[in-house]
Design a protein around this ligand. Sequence first.
Ligand SMILES: *Cc1c(COP(=O)(O)O)cnc(C)c1O
Length: 221
Amino acid sequence: MTLIAQRLQTIRSALPAGVTLVAVSKTYGAEQVQEAYDAGQRDFGENRVQELETKAHILPADCRWHLIGHLQSNKVRFIAPYVHLIHSVDSLALLKEISKQAVKCGRTIDCLLQMHIALEETKYGMNEDELFGLLHVCAGAPLPNVRIRGLMGMATFTDDQVRIRQEFVALKNCFTRAKNKYFAHDSDFDQLSMGMSSDWQIAVEEGSTLVRIGSSIFGTR
Ligand SMILES: *Cc1c(COP(=O)(O)O)cnc(C)c1O
């Protein structure tokens, strides 16, 4: 068994049923992604459209590609025909563009709304007011061919486990408020993307349904 296969197995065996492992393959070569694929992994995350495109063309067609990094509106059209889930929607303008491109492709695109939960200024994402503003608009005038499946967030890059947990709890609470207010009768709003190599155990304890793990599978970048 390869090292990548071993690491995948270790992580998978620790994940509760209902939590999806997204193997974050950014910066790693297609051979390593193939190795994970051969070990049964199908969900892969990339943070750049160009790199996602390149790997999606090389890897087998049944891979499910997740866009987890910032997405510019003018790049949506490249991934719209096949992307599995976009984790990083943080504006109504972007959601509208995804809707437009999804209509053109004749498919529905699943999206998560990215929340800013960390202390760092540089990370993308919305605050709760912005989230509820967006959801309010979408509730009044639903966008065709996009499905808002839940929320995504990245905790502060810190050793302070208490802080990380607080941020995940805050994100889960925000998810619950959004669900109760806008998706009470919609079982499609059911995904919470949180947790990376350094903090996925805490994220799972606090209700994550999608963990995005790169270096713990593929090695240090
Ligand atoms: C790179 C990245 C990850 C994975 O990070 P690791 O520390 O390698 O597990 C998860 N989420 C996002 C948004 C990323 O950009």
